[in-house]
Design a protein around this ligand. Structure first.
Ligand code: G6P
Length: 609
């Protein structure tokens, strides 16, 4: 989720690049840099931290030239530092990149054998070297880029320039977005529309597997294999704020729709399908560390705490290690029994939550090993724990967490498989099947997203309710809690989640015709029991919104509304069931007219205890 810009024309490139990067700041950043063709060579300026640091650097040490590239980085490989900031240089080539190169270790080893040396920890730098090698072998920039991208595995967008071909930029896209802004006597490149709106509204969107050759006279598109492409620019009428939201009304809705991709990015390079196993080399807790873990404490706050509750099911089922789940704010104050047989797993989107960080300190003091599942590279929690498994959700802007949550579930399931395989509690065939289904999960997830209009219709019917109950069983019970939390956060409706079986022990007293109850009803072993709970609600006049993968008429007979989802592996159901509940909360909030992206009294990251 880095920000990319490129410019070629008559203007001062550095100011176009900087203003474009400013418009992409919302994507998150930890460092930034630009490169401009100047005095016969490509000059680079980079700095860590806010974009203003780069602006200050450029003021002190300006770059003059009419062609250049710029980048804001959201770290994935290598910590945020000046060496790891883009653009990266190799010989005559300077390059910026968004995405992840999966086979970068092999490619780097190959380049090292050929005598190349590297100045960063990034996967990006190897791409610059590969293009430079190809140019040395006689290719021009376009051909060198073409042969290089053919050897890359993963998701990437790159923009590259060479000192031998001033006034020319080459962009290639395999997954992450690239848009070309078409001007008169000038052209622009960006990872997102907002960066270009100040200059042009005529945009060419690159598709996966396409390359653009851009100079001030025009844009030539072709496929990676060289086949030319004819495409007319599209006129974009979005205002700048809508453009930042990718055309969605709110960041939250955009982030909900980004979930299939975020899931893919979090799985990428970590699934070993043939072996029915996962590769989590990032987790380094000592040799054979998994053998020494006798208990696991899962600790987090808010939405991430719900991910921990689901993870308890994952880990206990697949790895048979007893798990305890705690709130960050409770953990250390209950004087937990901790020693070196304990593994503490903390889960945090931001990596800055004070209570979660305090849990890490408490566990470290007692000699327990610590592992974080975290979305922000080099955040406070990431720096404090023994190992980190990063989710690759990209920056989450909406205060209510959505895509971070599903990627936390993905990462935690990978940890459960990792432990289960190594401790011999689950066989390769079972895991292979699970991982294959996990890999295909973005498809049923998209099917749920495609039903957003139906969910909106349900939301409209209940938007005036003042109370809601959410119930589920087993590993979907935490999803009921998460659904209730989303509704509270966004719409300020009082909502509670319960295990369905607990209804009769108290909450059933609340049931009346003014109390909608959302029931999570996947077809699993608890189906009949949850159906009985629904009947108890029905006979007391409650309105029932069922979320289910069944087409059973008996369900429709009891339910007031039914939201249908595809059937997936029971262990993956929590990931899928989360999505309709996010949409339900979102649309209820929209109908009530609340501030969806910044609900009252809430903060995205809570850095005080
Ligand atoms: C805040 C946010 C929640 C988030 C929680 C934990 O309360 O509003 O959305 O779940 O913090 O944040 P973390 O960054 O640690 O996941």
């Amino acid at each position: 989720m880095c920000g990319i810009v490129g410019y070629v024309g008559e203007r001062e490139a550095s100011s176009v690049l900087l203003s474009g990067l400013r418009m992409l700041e919302y994507r998150g950043y930890d460092s930034a840099g630009i490169a401009v063709m100047s005095d016969g060579d490509v000059q680079v300026r980079r700095s860590v931290g806010k974009l203003q640091n780069l602006a200050d650097l450029l003021e002190a040490d300006p770059l003059q030239g009419r062609c250049g590239i710029g980048h804001t980085r959201w770290a994935t490989h290598g910590r945020p530092s000046e060496e790891n900031a883009h653009p990266h240089r190799a010989g005559r080539v300077v390059l910026i990149h968004n995405g992840i190169i999966e086979n970068f270790l092999e490619l780097r080893a190959e380049l090292q054998r050929a005598g190349r040396t590297f100045s960063s920890e990034t996967d990006t730098e190897i791409i610059a070297h590969m293009i430079d090698v190809a140019i040395q072998g006689g290719s021009d920039l376009l051909a060198a880029t073409r042969s290089t991208v053919a050897a890359l595995e993963g998701s990437f967008s790159i923009v590259v320039m060479s000192r031998d071909e001033p006034g020319r930029l080459v962009a290639a896209k395999s997954a992450t977005p690239i848009v070309i802004g078409v001007g008169e006597g000038e052209n622009f490149i960006a990872s997102d529309v907002p960066a270009l709106l100040e200059y042009t509204r005529d945009m060419l969107f690159l598709e996966d597997g396409e390359i653009a050759e851009v100079d001030c006279d025009g844009v030539r598109l072709s496929r990676f294999d060289g086949t030319p492409i004819e495409r007319q620019p599209r006129r974009i009428t979005w205002d700048p704020v809508t453009a930042q939201k990718g055309g969605f009304k709110h960041f939250m809705l955009k982030e909900i729709h980004e979930q299939p991709q975020a899931m893919i990015d979090t799985m990428r390079g970590r699934l070993l399908l043939e072996a029915g196993d996962v590769s989590l080399a990032e987790i380094d807790l000592g040799a054979q560390w998994w053998e020494r873990v006798e208990r696991i404490d899962l600790v987090a706050c808010g939405t991430a705490w719900h991910a921990c509750l689901v993870a308890k099911f994952f880990i206990e089922k697949l790895a048979r290690i007893p798990c305890n789940v705690d709130y960050g704010s409770e953990f250390r104050y209950r004087d937990p029994i901790l020693d070196d047989r304990e593994l503490l797993i903390v889960v945090s989107q931001s990596g800055e939550t004070a209570d979660t960080l305090a849990a890490v300190e408490a566990a470290r003091e007692k000699g327990s090993r610590t592992l974080a599942v975290c979305n922000v590279v080099d955040s406070s929690i990431a720096r404090r724990v023994d190992s980190v498994l990063y989710t690759h959700a990209g920056p989450e802007i909406s205060v209510a967490s959505t895509k971070a949550f599903v990627t936390q579930l993905v990462a935690l399931l990978l940890i459960a498989v990792h432990l289960g395989r190594r401790r011999g509690f689950v066989d390769a065939d079972t895991c292979r099947q699970l991982l294959e289904e996990m890999l295909h999960l973005p498809t049923p997830l998209r099917e749920v997203l495609d039903r957003a209009d139906d969910i909106e219709a349900v939301a409209r019917r209940y938007a005036k309710a003042e109370n809601f109950l959410y119930v589920g069983r087993g590993l979907n019970y935490p999803i009921a809690l998460e659904g209730a939390l989303k509704l509270k956060e966004l719409s300020y409706i009082h909502a509670e989640g319960y295990p369905a079986g607990e209804l009769k022990h108290g909450p059933i007293a609340l049931i009346s015709e003014t109390m909608p109850v959302v029931v999570l009803l996947p077809r699993n072993t608890a189906f009949n029991k949850t159906m009985s709970n629904m009947k108890e609600i029905e006979s007391r006049g409650g309105q029932i919104i069922v979320v289910t993968d069944t087409t059973d008429a008996a369900v429709d007979a009891v339910a007031t509304d039914v939201i249908r989802v595809p059937t997936v592996n029971p262990l993956l159901m929590p990931l899928l069931l989360t999505v309709p509940l996010q949409l339900l909360a979102y649309f209820v909030a929209v109908h009530r007219g609340t501030d969806v992206d910044q609900p009252r009294n809430l903060a995205k990251s809570v850095t005080v205890e």
